[in-house]
Write a protein that binds this ligand. Structure first.
Ligand code: HEC
Length: 151
């Protein structure tokens, strides 16, 4: 019995990437998921920002960890905008997202690209390179929020 259970869990885990885009059972799930992803993005972005501003000591290794996390987190929120009903999900997402979905997804794509570039810059350990890549990465937040996020 225990073996079967383990097998079932392993099977479920191995199919995860394939179902990731449709893993949300309802709109509330999807809204919770994307908000959680954005919160993780905010924390990791904020920490690099504070290091670059000199509020906390710049540590190349910590920047690397944050940038690695951001490269993994950046692709996550977007599938959760495709679940039916999330237009009225109670989040801060504006209706303009669904009337301009291709523009919204292009912005998301740019964000992912810049997150990868930040990761590469972080690997160099060079503060000037990190700063330039971070500026580019960070500009995506406002560019998208101004148009597609309430308040
Ligand atoms: C392509 C668009 C887009 C980009 C890029 C983007 N966001 Fe957002 N963000 C949104 C939308 C839309 C919401 C509202 C989601 C909702 O309420 O359902 C949001 C919500 C948030 C929230 C609030 C989550 C909550 O708990 O309600 C935070 C924090 C956030 N974003 C941080 C960031 C940061 C930091 C960046 C850049 C490093 C960023 N976002 C980049 C579209 C974007």
């Amino acid at each position: 019995m225990k073996k079967l259970w383990t097998l079932a869990v392993l099977c479920a885990a191995s199919t995860l990437p394939a179902i990731a885009a449709t893993a949300f059972s309802d709109a509330k799930d999807a809204v919770d998921y994307r908000k959680a992803a954005f919160q993780m993005i905010r924390h990791n972005t904020g920490d690099i920002g504070e290091m670059l501003q000199g509020k906390v000591t710049f540590e190349a290794k910590r920047v690397q960890e944050r940038a690695d996390a951001l490269a993994a987190l950046a692709p996550l929120p977007w599938a959760a905008f495709a679940t039916k009903g999330t237009e009225q999900g109670g989040g801060d997402a504006k209706a303009e997202i669904w009337s301009n979905m291709s523009d919204f997804m292009a912005k998301a794509e740019q964000f992912n690209t810049d997150a990868k570039a930040l990761q590469v810059a972080a690997q160099s350990g060079d503060q000037a390179k990190v700063k330039a890549a971070f500026g580019q990465f960070r500009s995506n937040c406002k560019a998208c929020h101004d148009k597609y996020k309430a308040d």
